[in-house]
Design a protein around this ligand. Structure first.
Ligand SMILES: Nc1ncnc2c1ncn2[C@@H]1O[C@H](COP(=O)(O)OP(=O)(O)OP(=O)(O)O)[C@@H](O)[C@H]1O
Ligand SMILES: [Mg+2]
Length: 303
């Protein structure tokens, strides 16, 4: 299948077995140019395998992948030039300073933009004069990110870019990625947690035991996601006051404490709760696990 000019990534039945071990199986996916795509899944789901296949660091057992319309294996050298990559478990030379490491990578590449590199280091609050071996995990991760982004590649492949970063830096990284997409560049990033990518990704794919369980826009995924809400009331409340409210899937009331699971809007629940004295309310966004469960439930319902 030929990729159209608008596609950054096309995979067709992409499958990787490590001997008998399943890496990924039958992954067919399109990522448009200029899109930020979040690739989500639990440990061992196949995220790193997918990214390594796209980079042609490992070969598929079956299926194929194209980047900007070119076969990732046949045209791997040409494709590499347009890529930036952050590995999931980088092993940088501990004796190099951050600046030396970035110089090394800049030397391998045709495109240079030292002002952008400086800008990135400043925005991520990164000291490039220290040796990699002396940096904390998060600061090493920042050097890896600048390495992947500094040449403004057309496709940015990031394996868990936000892991180990503090919230402010994490936010800045996501802002940088959004800017790249605004410039028409494409971002493919993996994560365990939807909340880490939901503000930056246009669409997400959820991979489960090597198979793509769903590809969906963030908007649609959220509307189907379950949220967990705990409310502490001033005194015991009757469970009946919350039965049958729109979107409320589960109600557990124990005297003055109530736990709810809500799909979509929490408006009806909040209004029903407001007839009692509310001392505290804790709302937790659905995590990845709960979204998986939503999909399992829907699968069962339609089966
Ligand atoms: N070199 C390898 N040899 C054998 N099996 C492997 C190898 N690399 C990965 N696997 C297996 O392939 C499956 C997918 O692994 P992968 O590293 O792609 O998962 P992941 O989604 O990146 O997980 P994590 O969130 O832990 O990084 C796992 O079952 C893993 O054990
Ligand atoms: Mg991984």
């Amino acid at each position: 299948m030929a990729a159209s000019g608008a596609e950054a990534i096309v995979t067709t039945g992409l499958t990787k077995f490590y001997g008998k071990n399943r890496g990924i199986e039958d992954v067919s996916l399109h990522v448009a140019k200029g899109e930020v795509f979040g690739f989500l899944g639990p440990n061992g789901a196949g995220k790193s395998t997918m990214i390594r296949l796209l980079l042609d660091l490992i070969r598929p057992s079956r299926g194929a992948a194209q980047i900007f319309g070119r076969d990732t294996h046949a045209d791997s050298v040409a494709i590499r030039r347009s890529l930036g990559y952050l590995p999931g478990e980088p092993a940088w030379n501990p004796d190099l300073t951050g600046a030396e490491l970035l110089d090394f990578y800049a030397g391998l590449r045709e495109r240079h933009d030292s002002s952008y590199r400086t800008e990135l280091a400043e925005r991520l609050d990164l000291d490039l004069t220290r040796r990699m071996g002396q940096l904390s995990r998060g600061n090493k991760q920042k050097v890896g990110l600048v390495q992947a982004l500094m040449h403004k590649p057309d496709l940015i492949l990031l394996d868990e870019p936000t892991s180990g970063l503090d919230p402010l830096v994490q936010h800045e990284v996501l802002t940088v990625l959004r800017e790249a997409a605004t410039e028409g560049r494409t971002v493919f990033l993996s994560s365990h947690v939807l909340s880490e990518v939901e503000h930056v990704a246009d669409r997400v794919g959820i991979i489960r035991e090597g198979r793509l369980a769903v590809v969906e826009t963030i908007e649609r995924l959220k509307s189907r996601a379950l949220r967990s809400i705990d409310i502490r009331f001033g005194r015991a409340v009757p469970a009946g006051a919350f039965e049958g409210l729109p979107g409320v899937k589960e109600v557990t009331v124990r005297e003055a404490f109530a736990h709810f699971t809500v799909e979509g809007s929490i408006d009806a629940l909040v209004k029903a709760a407001s007839q009692f004295e509310v001392l505290d309310i804790v709302s937790k966004d659905a995590d990845l696990e709960e979204i998986f469960l939503t999909y399992y439930r829907n699968d069962e319902a339609s089966a």
